[in-house]
Design a protein around this ligand. Structure first.
Ligand SMILES: *Cc1c(COP(=O)(O)O)cnc(C)c1O
Length: 410
């Protein structure tokens, strides 16, 4: 075990104290690795929480951004933005959607989705249909509306009345969903795989039932693919595994490969209420973000890329299976799809994350006591092997620690 790095200063008190940050700062990155000032290399299987789709300092993205930076940064949506039109065309050509609205984050993309769904019923002459059904364990963002949609009390506490218009039902409970639908329900909103909630996937049959229910009741289906989209599960969007299509879908995290970028995709029908003046953004879809977003999608949609993701994921899952067999006291379940992997732990997640950090590997915690592995999508077997070695060492350290404290208390 290395000595604690005393060169890392305490976080400046000039910042809001909203994050409990790890005592680490990185100076540069390359592929799946990030480096401290001292030159310590960390294997990054958190990828900025499913953001760095193509790894750190990817030359293709660096070139796209710097080229655009030398030409034009920002003009606002008062004018046509060619990069927006190209990126929207690409998303439309490769999904269920007919139209795209660009924003800067996942929460903003979800705000656009919520407004689109409400507005759809409004222009249909049913303004009373504004309520949205969401699922327990969901995470949709930190704005007031998306917090209400996510419904997690710990995030809502102290922020005044919860925004109206969201009704939450237990995870995976079709009867509860059916019972919660009222003449005021506009839409059902869910993540095909709950990310922050603990990498919890809905079975395809369940999603098909949801789709049928939406159709029967005239409700829209909103899929929050902020975390699951842009190749993370081995398809461009996770819904492609399910046999259904949504009416509205949101994307962010991986879409900009590290540049802030969100998008709300919709069918023509679902977006029909979003006429000039109904919604807007100063920064959304700005030329810098579009240059990077287009470059990300050009790579992700190139021949063989998603197949490579699926292949790498199969190898990772197979090796994780072996790891679980050798550490049955540390993890007892492997979940997820593609390179959105959850390991259900039998020890507290902060302890597991810290043990991994000791081995110079980064991974993200999640709800339901799950450790999330979210590597860049362009990793290969070498990075998987390195991760397995570090996970193995971290789990062994946890077991040794547990054995020591058991002896001491005996
Ligand atoms: C991260 C996330 C969000 C929020 O995205 P921000 O960019 O942090 O606003 C929303 N939905 C899901 C599923 C997410 O994982």
């Amino acid at each position: 075990m290395s000595a604690p790095d005393t060169s890392v200063k305490k976080t400046s008190t000039s910042l809001f104290d909203t994050f409990s940050r790890a005592p680490l700062e990185f100076e540069r990155g390359e592929g799946a690795w990030v480096f401290t000032r001292e030159g310590d290399a960390y294997l990054d299987f958190s990828a900025g929480i499913a953001v760095n789709t193509l790894g750190h300092a990817n030359p293709v993205l660096v070139q796209a951004l710097t080229e655009q930076a030398g030409k034009l940064w920002h003009t606002s949506n008062l004018f046509r933005i060619p990069g927006q039109e190209r990126l929207a065309d690409t998303l439309v050509a490769n999904s269920f959607a007919d139209r795209v609205f660009f924003a800067n984050s996942g929460a903003e993309a979800n705000e656009a989705a919520i407004k689109t769904a409400r507005r759809y019923h409004y222009v249909n002459g049913q303004p009373e249909r504004y309520r949205i059904l969401t699922i327990e364990g969901a995470f949709h963002g930190r704005t007031l509306a998306t917090l209400a949609a996510g419904g997690q009390q710990k995030y809502l506490d102290g922020f005044g009345p919860k925004a109206d218009g969201f009704d939450q039902v237990p995870f995976g409970d079709m009867a509860a969903i059916k019972a919660a639908v009222t003449p005021q329900t506009a839409a059902i909103m869910l993540e095909p795989i709950q990310g922050e909630g603990g990498v919890r996937a809905f079975p395809n049959a369940f999603l098909r039932e949801i789709r049928a229910l939406c159709d029967a009741e005239g409700m829209l289906l909103i899929l929050d693919e902020v975390q699951t989209g842009i190749g993370r599960t081995g398809k461009l969007f996770a819904y492609e595994w399910t046999g259904i299509t949504p009416d509205i879908l949101t994307s962010a995290k991986g879409l900009g490969g590290g540049f802030p970028l969100g998008a709300c995709l919709a069918t023509n029908e679902a977006a029909k209420g979003m006429t000039p003046g109904t919604h807007g953004t100063t920064f959304g879809g700005n030329p810098l973000a579009m240059a990077v977003g287009n470059a990300v999608l050009d790579v992700v949609l190139a021949d063989g890329f998603l197949e490579h993701v699926r292949e790498t994921a199969r190898y990772l899952t197979q090796r994780l299976g072996g790891l679980m067999d050798s550490h049955p006291g540390v993890i007892d379940d492997i979940r997820g799809e593609g390179l959105l992997v959850g390991l259900h732990a039998l020890k507290p997640i902060p302890e597991v994350v810290a043990a991994l950090r000791e081995q110079k590997m980064l991974a993200a915690g999640a709800g339901d006591n799950v450790l999330r592995l979210l590597p860049p999508l362009n990793i290969g077997k070498a990075e998987v092997d390195a991760a397995i070695e570090k996970l193995d060492a971290a789990f062994s350290a946890i077991e040794a620690e547990a054995a020591t404290s058991a002896r001491q208390s005996a």
